[in-house]
Design a protein. Structure first.
Length: 319
């Protein structure tokens, strides 16, 4: 019986009417990857590589990074692994990168801006990824994209190193976590193999509310209609290029939010390993017609509380 349950847990997720919805896991370590595999994750939708860079005095070199990425990839046999490029700065300090003190760190040197300001950091990380066996299962994801220029710069570096190292194509995608990226998703999709919405930062920047500030925490809700409208814009922009959209921020793991995300066009939900089984079970109870109607109603709601009220009613209907 246990073997049968495991086999069921390993099956790809699909809605009741047969639309495939991938359920991936967000990971920070090899131990997370093992937990994700055991929970039936179809892949890794977000490897937070910065965890390897924090709380230390020198940056990890190619060999150390490669060992870490190799361990995660090996723990998820046959499955895709989205490796996010270093996402430090803002609320994630890395002292040895010597980012000068900033008055507004959330609006300063963070995410891909750091890697482009310190080309040796990007070079080292890309070399480590390209050294992973089965690198064709790896997908490289760029955090905090605000314009196509950043994506083009990363692709140039990637292509140069692939040529030098004799490595074949590797998918390159953009995180959509700035309002600029969401509003220009069609333009970004022209340069990306996939888009992944970072709903934590997208919510912070759309609502102009610091995600780490308890004074505004009560107002931070990714189900605010403004956030949902930007997610719709992202899905519509990506669809013009046939580029798939995932959500790897906290919204994907919120059972009230996931049906709306699927209704808006999201096809991959990346959640903490412990949330994988419940997210798959939820997806199996959805039908595309119902989630599309539900998403349309959510987009027309007056505020986040209104969206949550609709979502609770929807949850009761499908339970
Ligand atoms: C996000 O912003 O939603 C995200 C997934 O990235 P992080 O939470 O690591 O900033
Ligand atoms: Mg983020």
């Amino acid at each position: 019986a246990e073997a049968a349950a495991l086999a069921a847990g390993d099956r790809p997720a699909a809605t009741a009417d047969g639309q495939a919805i991938h359920v991936y896991a967000n990971l920070g370590s090899v131990a997370d990857a093992e937990a994700a595999a055991a929970a039936g994750a179809e892949g890794c939708g977000l490897l937070r590589t910065e965890i390897l860079f924090l709380d230390r005095s020198v940056a990890p070199d190619v060999a150390e990074q490669a060992a870490d990425y190799r361990g995660v990839v090996a723990a998820l046999p046959g499955r895709p692994v989205v490796i996010r490029l270093l996402d430090v700065g803002g609320d994630k300090p890395a002292p040895y990168l010597a980012i000068p003190p900033e008055e507004n760190p959330a609006l300063g040197l963070r995410g891909i801006r750091v890697s482009l300001a310190r080309p040796e950091v990007l070079d080292t990380q890309l070399r480590a990824i390209l050294a992973v066996p089965e690198v064709e299962r790896c997908r490289i994801m760029v955090p905090m994209v605000a314009s196509i220029d950043e994506l083009i710069a990363v692709r140039e570096a990637l292509d140069r190193l692939r040529a030098e190292l004799g490595v074949g194509p590797v998918q390159l995608g953009a995180m959509i976590e700035t309002p600029a990226a969401a509003a220009t998703a069609d333009l970004i999709a022209a340069h990306a193999d996939f888009l992944s919405i970072g709903s934590n930062d997208l919510t912070q920047y759309v609502l102009a509310m610091d995600r780490g500030n308890p004074a505004v925490a009560a107002g931070i809700d990714g189900l605010h209609p403004a956030v949902l409208r930007l997610i719709r814009m992202t899905c519509e922009g990506a669809a013009t290029r046939g580029v798939p959209v995932s959500v790897c921020g906290g919204l994907a793991a919120d059972p009230l939010a996931a049906p709306i995300l699927v209704g808006l066009g999201v096809r991959t939900l990346s959640v903490p390993p412990a949330r994988v089984p419940a997210t798959k079970a939820l997806v199996a109870r959805l039908t595309m017609a119902a989630v599309r109607d539900h998403a349309a109603a959510a987009l027309a709601a007056a505020n986040a509380a209104g969206v949550r009220a609709l979502a609770r009613r929807f949850a009761e209907e499908i339970s």
